[in-house]
Design a protein around this ligand. Structure first.
Ligand code: XIL
Length: 583
């Protein structure tokens, strides 16, 4: 199994993550990618399919707001919210609740009821308590208070809940907000509770005010778990201080969610962008926001306000001046904005968490358990890379003479790290120290060994991991020839017979280690089926650090030989054997 994983790595070199939905990208980082949703649209098949395919989180765009979920005194209506929970559960998605305390979309029975502060306090307590309890275990996080700060200068916004007349806590401070969080915690001991706002995405006066509140809340153990950055942006968004802002909130021990991202594009009356470059600019903004979030361990969700331009609040909100704000177009096709998000996921380093489980250093080459300078090896463990910590790992190899060298890492995954043992590592016992979120070390015995050839199989058959081309002379047209094929079961790779009956030479490229820099081409000998064959190239594989490559000719007289073994000899040392099949 181990060698299979290492070999599988080699065989997928160059295979990109293209074609994965956003949720698969996000899963690699253990973060959530969400969208605001309207359950009335689930009956539209492409809508439901796009949400289920792309996202691992849903948030009701409207249906859990006060006016919809609590439309009359003493009457709650959970039907629409329950449909979102149901859809999410069927599709393995989380639900983020929005929103318990907000100045907008408050029903007239509250706003026009001439209610006293005492009455409003009782109503809000009952509201938070009833809604949060109804969704306990189903809604993992809530925007408890939304948009409580006004813009410039930032101050507590005058609202029915704060001071007109408010719930009885309209002093200079943020007590009414604190009260809402305490009521929420009283109703659900495990959901995450967020403060959510717009215009506070980067470091600025408004986010400073929210930061001061958050810091105070954390210091006094007010149950605040996170900050929602709405991220309703324009094409002129200046995101230079976004990372700094995310950093300072996460440094308080808070999570940050990007909660309502969209990027409004000014449009002509016919719906086309005013600026022909608008969609590319928009893509860059989507990329930059996702990339900033992925840099910080505590930034744990990226959500857009909708998903498709077919349904977005932006055209209505801007009276038709703006539109095209979301990652999918009106026909559910990915826009450049979508590609911008994908690009951010693809280029962010995978997060790392402390190593757990075993720490073993083994040769990555099938056919030898020996560790050799300048060859590939693997560290196996658990949790080498996952959601809890961003940042890199590094591996230091201290050899028997006490010299420490940093090894190049070729591949990092949760269970395996492949690396190159530094070229000058002296024979003897070496110590391998892996440092990331924690440091761990193990030892291994370094020896000078023969070159090693990779195999496509892990079951000992040693099917050659290589590629072959048939060369049609005299024009030198090359066509690829299969050397092996793998089934779905681990270790089920088999040699594919190479047809030598076409009177055209077949060149075989084998991959391995321990070949470069050891010798001149003259010193590298290869044999197939025990017979020497011409070596055309031996050295470093140009595109992949740590990997070596040997090109040989398969002589036509091997025709009909069936399975034959290939072996290298370098300076009198022989490699393991790998097998091809010829007919
Ligand atoms: C918007 C919805 O998208 C609209 O459908 C509704 O008419 C008004 O509210 N900030 C928020 C969201 O926190 O709840 C708002 O949603 C958009 C701005």
């Amino acid at each position: 199994m181990r060698t299979l994983e290492s070999n599988a790595l080699l065989l997928i070199i160059g295979v990109s993550l293209q074609g994965q939905a956003l949720r698969q990208q996000a899963d690699r980082f253990g973060i959530l990618v969400g969208g605001a949703v309207n359950p009335d649209k689930f009956s539209e098949a492409p809508y439901a399919a796009a949400f289920a395919r792309e996202l691992n989180m849903l948030e009701p765009e409207n249906v859990m707001k006060f006016g919809l979920i609590h439309p009359a005194a003493g009457r709650y209506d959970f039907t629409a919210g329950d449909r979102i929970v149901d859809f999410a559960q069927k599709n393995g998605m989380k639900v983020r609740g929005h929103t318990l305390v907000w100045h907008s979309q408050v029903p007239s029975w509250v706003t026009n009821g001439n209610l006293s502060s005492d009455q409003l306090s009782a109503i809000l307590h009952d509201h938070i308590s009833t809604v949060v309890k109804h969704y306990a275990g189903q809604v993992f996080a809530w925007d408890v208070v939304n948009e409580a700060f006004s813009d410039s200068p930032p101050a507590l916004r005058s609202t029915i809940w704060f001071d007109t007349p408010g719930i009885g806590l309209k002093g200079p401070g943020t007590q009414y907000i604190e009260q809402a969080f305490r009521w929420a915690r009283e109703a659900d001991s495990s959901a995450l509770f967020f403060y959510n706002d717009y215009g506070a995405e980067v470091v600025n006066a408004k986010s400073n005010a929210i930061y001061a509140m958050a810091k105070d809340f954390k210091a006094r153990a007010v149950p605040l778990d996170g900050i929602g950055l709405q991220m309703h942006l324009s094409l002129n968004a200046n995101l230079a201080r976004l990372g700094e802002n995310i950093q300072r909130f996460t440094a308080l021990g808070l999570q940050v969610h990007i909660t309502e991202m969209d990027v409004a594009v000014p449009v002509n009356p016919d719906g086309t962008p005013v600026d022909p470059a608008a969609l590319q600019k928009q893509a860059q903004i989507y990329h930059d926001v996702a990339a900033a979030c992925l840099q910080y361990k505590g930034c744990s969700a990226i959500q857009t306000w909708g998903l498709t331009d077919k349904y977005s609040w932006i055209p209505g909100f801007s009276q038709g001046k703006n539109g095209l704000a979301l990652p999918l177009d009106e026909n559910y096709q990915p826009k450049p904005a979508y590609d911008g998000l994908v690009r951010a996921f693809e280029s962010a380093p995978l997060p790392i968490q402390p190593l757990t489980g075993s720490f073993e250093v083994v040769s990555a080459t099938l056919g030898t358990t020996l560790l050799a300078p300048d060859s590939l090896a693997s560290v196996f463990g658990e949790g080498l890379a996952d959601s809890t910590e961003t940042g890199g790992v590094s591996l230091q190899v201290t050899d028997s003479s006490g010299v420490a060298r940093v090894a190049s890492l070729l591949y990092v995954s949760p269970r395996q790290i492949n690396f190159l043992i530094p070229a000058d590592t002296q024979p003897g016992l070496a110590t391998f120290t892996l440092s990331g979120a924690s440091a761990l070390s193990g030892t291994g015995s370094i020896q000078t060994v023969a070159p090693s050839l990779f195999a496509a199989n892990a079951n000992g058959l040693g099917v050659a991991a290589g590629t072959a081309v048939r060369v049609a002379l005299p024009t030198m047209i090359q066509s690829p020839v299969a050397v092996f094929q793998c089934g779905s079961a681990p270790g089920s790779c088999a040699a594919v017979p190479i047809d030598l009956g076409l009177d055209a030479p077949v060149y075989l490229t084998l991959f391995g280690t321990g070949i470069r820099g050891r010798s001149t081409l003259d010193a590298v000998h290869a044999s197939i089926g025990g017979k020497p064959v011409p070596v055309l190239f031996a050295g470093a594989q140009p595109q992949f650090a740590g990997l070596d490559q040997v090109n040989v000719v398969i002589p036509l007289e091997l025709r009909g030989s069936g399975n034959v073994d290939i072996q290298l000899e370098l300076d009198g040392r022989v490699s393991n054997t790998v097998q091809i099949a010829v007919q």
